[in-house]
Design a protein around this ligand. Structure first.
Ligand code: C2E
Ligand code: CA
Ligand code: CA
Length: 571
């Protein structure tokens, strides 16, 4: 210990020795806070030699610009009342480098005030601080994009709520999800997926700039706080700018990638005054934006949640529906226009919901598609309908052709053809008497793969029909290449949506075109005798609709077939 006081060095030799050995810095001041002694560790830590700071005040090594938050009054109060104070101080070394110290000041009061002393222990905790800062960074920021993460975003929103309440203003939260990101990740690999996310994070930050905070909420989800916000229009504008910016191709590892994004938006205080509600409602709006066709933004409104609750309920109930056999297949007759006899039947699913009664497909198929359960459902329908049709064949309706709707998910399964084969084998149905109904979009997207699959299906003998024809955009040249047997004219042409005259002209044209391509034609949604007459005149092969029969449960369908066969002149 170097000291100006002889007294110190001679008294209590062993104590001084101890001070010299301490790894913590020690400094002693007199009653006026003039430094009168320091140990070697103090010199090491601060870089000041004893000679340089003797008789100076301890604040030479305080970092005043960083210490403003410290309440010195409070510190002195503690020292005077309790004799000691411990706390963290921002300090600086002789070379100007700032570091954080843990300081303990102890006052040694003597009767003679002039003899009083202050013992100050200085612990350099900068490396611990660094670790702490790093831990905080890891806990609050996303490693990949360096954006605030979900935890940090929550803190940011809570602070925004606090400020908005205080200043009576508003802010917006955008919840953003990249459309089909998973597909990109799966097909191009995680490395490109990661790079893509980094580039997207940068774009988002460029668009938002100082008008808010972008955070990575997780996976391909980003959340954005727009604050301060003058009006809602500003938020809409930001959402539009984001969508436009992400629509520009992103180049990753030489690949040009096109991204679309959906955005849900909620406002404080209109859509919630706490973090959970604001986020939940932005997320609901996002869900709505995706359902409405993606690549767009939606603002939250109350009816979204009602619809969503129902949707979620349906999704949940769907999971047990298959296991508990709540589904049923109904059958709708398809008539041969020329002979007036039933030609076939279309299998149409119904859900006997335990509380809601008999539900039509439009209520639950979107949810089944969303959850992926549709493929399982389609499997079940195929199996059930094939078995039922086989029974009808054995009961004397041996020519009946069964049509089954195939969803895109089901069609895209790599083992789809195998599944169809297996079902035919298990039920004993003649493949020629099974017709699979696919839609234009399923056949046209990835047309080469689709044609390949369709050809495989043809090679096992099943028929193929193009459902809802006329609502898609396939060109004649594309149609020519599809190995299908039948075009099924969509019911909207019968339903009088649009000009009736025009619809009739279109029906005539479709039938004529189908004939030149050697496709058979069936028209659905036939409800009136006039419609049937038109179809017959134009040479349409088959017709389906309420004019003949609604979709019916198997026993009723059987009665209907019997009735019609016995009164063939009904047509
Ligand atoms: P879709 O394949 O176009 O089936 C024809 C729809 O038109 C059926 O509705 C049928 O009930 C209805 N329909 C029949 N005749 C008439 C008529 O004269 N007028 C009117 N306005 N409508 C008529 P449904 O049963 O509600 O089925 C709706 C859609 O759900 C089907 O349209 C099909 O795309 C899908 N779907 C039904 N069952 C299944 C299934 O097992 N699997 C899959 N993937 N989709 C199915
Ligand atoms: Ca159909
Ligand atoms: Ca249809």
């Amino acid at each position: 210990m170097k000291t100006k006081f002889k007294k110190f060095s001679s008294d209590h030799e062993n104590v001084w020795h101890l001070f010299n050995q301490m790894s913590d810095g020690l400094m002693i001041t007199d009653y006026q806070q003039n430094i009168i002694a320091v140990n070697p560790s103090f010199e090491n830590i601060t870089g000041y030699s004893f000679e340089e700071i003797v008789y100076k005040k301890p604040n030479v090594f305080l970092s005043p610009e960083k210490a403003t938050h410290l309440n010195f009054k409070e510190m002195w109060k503690n020292i005077h009342s309790r004799g000691t104070w411990t706390g963290e101080l921002e300090t600086k070394r002789k070379n100007g480098e700032a570091f954080t110290s843990n300081i303990t000041v102890t006052s040694i009061q003597k009767q003679q005030v002039e003899e009083s002393l202050y013992f100050i222990i200085v612990k350099d905790i900068s490396s611990r601080k660094k670790v702490e800062t790093e831990i905080t960074r890891l806990a609050n920021f996303d490693e990949l994009t360096q954006l605030p993460n979900r935890t940090q975003f929550k803190k940011i929103i809570n602070e925004a709520i606090h400020q908005a309440k205080k200043n009576h203003n508003t802010f917006a939260v955008l919840f953003l999800d990249l459309d089909h990101f998973k597909k990109i990740n799966d097909s191009l690999g995680h490395q490109i997926g990661d790079e893509l996310l980094q580039q997207i994070a940068k774009r988002l930050q460029n668009v938002i700039g100082a008008n808010g905070t972008v955070s990575r909420f997780g996976g391909d989800e980003f959340t954005i706080l727009l604050s301060p916000l003058k009006n809602k229009k500003e938020a809409y504008e930001s959402a539009k700018k984001i969508i436009a910016s992400l629509q520009q191709p992103i180049v990753c590892a030489g690949e040009k990638i096109y991204m679309n994004t959906s955005i849900g938006c909620s406002f404080f205080p209109e859509h919630g005054t706490d973090y959970t509600t604001i986020l939940k409602n932005a997320d609901s709006a996002l869900f709505q934006a995706k359902k409405a066709g993606r690549n767009q933004y939606q603002e939250y409104n109350d009816s979204i949640n009602e619809g969503l609750i129902e949707q979620l309920q349906i999704e949940r109930d769907l999971r047990t529906a298959l296991a508990e056999q709540q589904f049923e297949v109904y059958y709708q007759l398809q008539m041969d226009i020329e002979t007036g006899k039933p030609y076939g039947i279309e299998a149409l699913i119904r859900w006997n919901h335990p509380e809601r009664g008999n539900l039509p497909p439009f209520i639950f198929l979107p949810a089944a598609e969303e959850t992926g359960l549709i493929a399982e459902i389609d499997d079940w329908v195929l199996q059930t309908a094939c078995a039922q049709t086989k029974k009808w064949h054995e009961d004397g309706h041996e020519d009946l052709v069964l049509s089954v709707n195939i969803s895109k998910k089901q069609f895209d399964r790599p083992d789809f053809v195998k599944r169809v084969k297996q079902t035919l084998r298990e039920t004993g149905l003649n493949p020629k008497q099974l017709c699979l109904e696919i839609t234009e979009s399923m056949a046209i997207t990835h047309i080469d793969e689709a044609v390949d699959k369709l050809k495989k299906l043809k090679s096992i003998g099943v028929q193929l029909s193009l459902d809802d024809f006329g609502t898609g955009y396939s060109s004649l040249s594309q149609l020519k290449n599809l190995p299908i047997d039948t075009l099924k004219i969509d019911k909207s042409f019968m339903q009088g949506s649009g000009d009736e005259q025009e619809n009739h002209v279109l029906v005539k044209l479709i039938i004529a075109m189908a004939k030149t391509l050697n496709f058979a034609v069936i028209c659905e949604g036939v409800e009136t005798e006039e419609q049937l007459l038109l179809l017959r005149t134009e040479g349409c092969n088959h017709a389906q609709g309420y004019l003949f029969s609604e979709p019916l449960a198997p026993s009723n369908c059987e009665l209907k077939m019997k009735h019609i066969t016995e009164n063939v002149n009904i047509i």
